[in-house]
Each structure stands twice: as C-alpha cells, then as structure tokens.
Ligand binder design. Structure first.
Ligand SMILES: Cc1ncc(COP(=O)(O)O)c(C=O)c1O
Length: 350
C-alpha cells in the first residue's frame, strides 16, 4: 500500500488495480447533502441499498470504511491471537498483514501459477488443522483476476464447516465479470463472510463505501468492534453512496467500456515476451499477472520507470518476483502507450 501511495504514479501508469475515478458531476441526479444524519449501526437507506444489491437481509450487512476496514473487522471478529488463518498465495498483501496484526498464525495455501492460479480445495485441505479459524481468499483473485466457480467455493465451505471455521471471500473485483456476474458467495452457506466496496469496479474509492456480509450474530459483533475504529461514518459519504447505488448500473457500464477497450488492446499487444498462465488471457477483471521472461526484474522495472515513464506493480508484493501486475480500466490511450513502452523495454531486454 505504501508503494502504491508513493511510488506507483507515472505518466503511463499500468500499476493501477481498479477503474478510473467516477466524477460526481456525472451522476445523473445530484443528491442533496447534509452534514449529520441518523447513523448509529448503519444508515438505513444505505443498509437497504447494499442489502438489495447483494440479495440479503439488511441484518447481515455491516457498513465499513472500504473493503480495507471490512477485511479488518471481519478478521477481528473471528480471530483470537494464536488462531490459525489460512491465506491464499499469491495474495493481496494487506490480507496477510491484517491477520498478522491481529496475532493470528498465518499459514498459506498455493494457487499455483502452473494451474493458472486456480483455487484448489485439495491444497486447502492439506493445510487445514484443528486450529484453523479462517480461510481467506479473493474472488476475483488479486492479482490474476481468476474467477473461482461456486462449486469450488462450496467445496471450500464444506472444509471450513467440518472444523467450525469460516471462509472470508474478498469480492472487491467480482463485479468486473460483466456478463453473467456471479452472485456473492455469501449465499453459499453460513460459514461464508464476504467483503466488498464500491472502489475497484465503480471508481468510487473516495466514498469509502465498503461492507461485510455475515450471519446476523456475527454482524452485530462486527458493528460493536467498529465502535472502536470508525464509530460512525462521514454522513455526506453515506448520502453520496446511496445516490451511487441508485445509478450503479450506469456507473459500472461507464467503466466497463474502458476496461473492455483496454483488454482488447492487451490482447492485440500479445506481450510476446511475457510468458506464463494465465497471462493476459483472463477474460474479466481489471488486472492481469503475467510472468516476465528471464530478466533482472528490479533493474528492468527501474528502467521501465526512468526510460519509459511507465510503471507496473512488481510481483514481489505478491511474493512472485518474476511476475508483474498490469491494471486496466483508467484511460485507454494511456494504457495503450504504456503497454507499447512495456513491450519496447522487454524487447530491449536487460
Ligand atoms: C483484494 C483487495 N481488497 C481490498 C482492497 C482495498 O479496497 P478498498 O479501497 O475498498 O478499501 C484492495 C485494494 O487494492 C484489494 O486489492
């Protein structure tokens, strides 16, 4: 996160993870704002909007400051220090850090590059112990954007249930599956806890509109924990979030145009020099995670930045230093030129 905040920017920034920012001026109806509102354990109109979108009861919804706080609250509610938490590898680094911060004993299960980063319940089964309290994964997978089908998620749920554990699924990228968008994994069983926000697929990061879906008793525990951290949210952001939910399809469609244009550019570019599954072939999502050919990655990325004014996310942040993460969905002209420069730098080798 620190790298993303301080080092990722460049003229040709392929180090993004979500779509470009959605400007307030483009909301079809401008909401009336107010500073203070009736928000204790949730602002009712926002609770209902989230519940409607997810097809759940509002009692299952815990509002949180982005998926970041949602993940933290969800973990904090089910982990005690010393509990084992099983987290996918490669993983969004902050999932690991949050579990460690809470005193968990973090164990990992592999999503193998050779298997296209597919989630393998057998790998999870091998890593489970009676001390496992939580299994953590992302769907879509960050960094590869691989989608896990419901049947596989169910198998993971069965494993968790057999030892009284939960499965935390971070779905912040899931709505970037634009056709036949899967329902949230929350519907797959009571052992599932889901986190999400309007950040990555909607370009609304500034609202910090995140949420957790959990069984009502667990949801209540999370609300009480949030008294420690956020107490109540910024009410203007709640009002803007409610307005955003009223136009969510429009907001998503606007970004989809850019994501799909970028994906077409990516396919066309082929990135011959990049190898490794699933590479640029994943048909959805806002990021891809190709393997670099045999280069000195640190030197290559430094040269990409200084000579080609282009950034990508170094794979070392995902514990796979010979990969890079490329982001789509911000600006196709910039993406296209950044990709051309990446290709030139790769052709030049090191
Ligand atoms: C998997 C994952 N979860 C959560 C987040 C943070 O999302 P938010 O902006 O909603 O806090 C990110 C951001 O990169 C992410 O990749």
């Amino acid at each position: 996160m620190h790298w993303a905040k301080t080092q990722s920017r460049a003229r040709f920034n392929l180090a993004t993870s979500g779509v470009g920012s959605f400007p307030l001026a483009e909301l079809p109806v401008q909401p009336a704002l107010e500073i203070n509102g009736d928000s204790t354990y949730g602002y009712a109109p926002l609770q209902q909007a989230i519940a409607r979108k997810c097809g759940v009861d509002p009692d299952c919804v815990v509002a949180a400051a982005g998926t970041s706080m949602a993940n933290h609250l969800a973990m904090a509610a089910v982990i005690d220090p010393g509990d084992e938490v099983l987290i996918e590898r490669p993983a969004y680094e902050l999932l690991v850090s949050a579990a460690l911060f809470l005193g968990a004993e973090v164990k990992r299960f592999a999503r193998a590059a050779e298997a296209g980063f597919a989630l393998d319940p057998a790998a999870i089964r091998r890593a489970l112990t009676p001390k496992t309290k939580l299994i953590v994964l992302t769907n879509l997978h960050n960094p590869s954007s691989v989608l896990t089908p419901d049947a596989v998620l169910r198998a993971v749920g069965d494993l968790a249930r057999s030892i009284g554990a939960h499965v935390l699924v971070d779905e912040v990228y899931l709505d970037a599956v634009y056709q036949n968008t899967p329902r949230t994994a929350y519907h797959l069983g009571p052992e599932f806890i889901v986190t999400n926000s309007l950040t990555k697929v909607y370009g609304l990061s500034g609202l910090r509109c995140g949420w957790i879906l959990a069984q009502p008793d667990l949801a209540r525990a999370m609300w009480r924990l949030n008294d420690l951290f956020g107490s109540i949210p910024a009410h203007p952001a709640e009002l803007l979030s409610v307005a955003a939910f009223e136009h969510l399809d429009f907001i998503r469609a606007r970004a989809r145009t850019v994501v799909e244009a970028d994906r077409a550019v990516l396919r066309g570019a082929g990135l011959q020099a990049c190898a490794g599954p699933p590479g640029p072939a994943v048909p959805w999502g806002t990021t891809v995670f190709p393997k670099l050919p045999n280069v000195d990655v640190d030197a290559f990325l430094a040269r990409l930045r200084t000579e080609y004014e282009t950034t990508v996310v170094p794979g070392r942040f995902f514990e796979m230093p010979d990969h890079i993460r490329i982001g789509m969905g911000v600006n196709t002209e910039m993406f296209s030129e950044g990709l051309r420069r990446l290709g030139l730098a790769l052709d030049g080798g090191l």
